[in-house]
Design a protein. Structure first.
Length: 91
């Protein structure tokens, strides 16, 4: 995908916010802990980085669920396969 730097930064911030929201709501993290986790999951990648933004191929919900519940979250927690409307409203 080709995007401007401004578009990339906007999307990066949006995914970080969503990831941090999940970590607070479902992981019990403090706001500071949740934001730190979001920064680790979604680091800034310079424009010339190979595969820049590859993490965006799945939404923050999925990455946060993997971090909290592991690879089998869809089997062990089927209620978490789809994000709730409160998460969807973050956009």
């Amino acid at each position: 995908m080709t995007w401007s730097e401004a578009e990339y930064l906007e999307y990066l911030q949006s995914e970080r916010r969503a990831y941090a929201w999940v970590m607070r709501r479902y992981g019990g993290s403090t706001p500071a802990e949740a934001w730190e986790a979001a920064l680790e999951c979604y680091p800034y990648e310079p424009p010339d980085a190979a595969y820049r933004g590859l993490v965006f191929h799945d939404e923050a919900w999925h990455w946060a669920m993997l971090a909290l519940y592991g690879d089998r979250y869809t089997v062990e927690h089927p209620e978490l396969v789809h994000p709730p409307s409160a998460y969807e409203a973050l956009e």
